[in-house]
Design a protein around this ligand. Sequence first.
Ligand code: EPU
Length: 330
Amino acid sequence: MGISDAGFSLRALVRARPKGHRLKRFKMRINDPELMAAIADLGVEHRVGVSLAQKTSLEIGGTSDLLVIHKHEVLPPLIQLLKQTGTPHRFLGGGSNVLLPDGELPWVILQLARQDPDVRIEGNNVYVDCAADLGRTVTTCAKHDLGGMEGLIGVPGSVGGALRMNAGAYGTQIGTFVREVQVYRAATGRIEILRGAEINFEYRHTSFAVDDIMLSVRLELPSKPYSEILQGIRICNEKRRASQPLNQKSAGCIFKNPPGGSAGRMIDELGLKGHSVGDARVSDRHANFFINAGHASQADMLALIADVRLRVRDRFGVELEEEVIVWKDR
Ligand code: EPU
């Protein structure tokens, strides 16, 4: 199914309605036959009533319809369709740095399907699909004697999520290697290519708009022998295993480090390791990791975040800023 065919369906769907008439406002589920047909025409997979807890590393999140996008080109007409039909929607990446609400979610969720292959290498240039797993991308590059990203090896999630947040660890941040990003720009409703120099990469922050969607990236990596990269990967893995709760359900660090300080150290100094609200708990291993120790709800996690933030403010006079992205449904 081509884009032009899909465009025709969209136009037909919108034209079929009198001017000023909007489709019924869909809250959580897509059940209008015309909208379902238009989505199918775009080649977008519609999964009904998906548990999003299964799609996040915290394993917190309610239920919604999921639209799986197999071809990047259909994003502009799809989003246009959702807007024109008044269908609230959100984009979910790898789910490793997000805290979702419980119950029936008030949005339809969009997600990119993994491409095969998702990494293509030409010399020192690496073309990566944003749905690719970050860790596997690092090892694929290593096997081609391309290094530099060793520090990112244990960072969970997708390449797109890493890009958006400028993920970093052990002195490495992904932004350093970015030369070009193909992105769906919410402001224009179009897919655009941005050069690395046009993007601001700061500590856990980039200049992308919140509703931009990263699609693919060209990285430029330095040549390095595989054995040397492997050694770096082993060291980072070792450090991470020793200091972070890797086998527990978490979103990595909950707070950003304040300038010149360490959120984990401050929370630890307050004696808060093991402190909990419901099943949301400050990790015993790293105080800036909050884990879902059972069946934590978003409310549990938010209450724990608020409580710890208040205690840090009272003791250290520092206002911690969340690193985890919180989706609020009210
Ligand atoms: N510390 C404690 N107690 C703790 C945790 C840490 O005293 O419970 C102390 C450590 O001993 C160390 C200092 O705090 O002296 C910093 O700790 P660490 O080296 O673990 O680094 P971090 O600043 O807590 C950052 C990133 C991590 C990244 C590591 C390794 C942030 C918010 N966190 O953690 O990234 O993996 O460095 O480079 O920038 C993430 O972004 O989700 C994340 C986990």
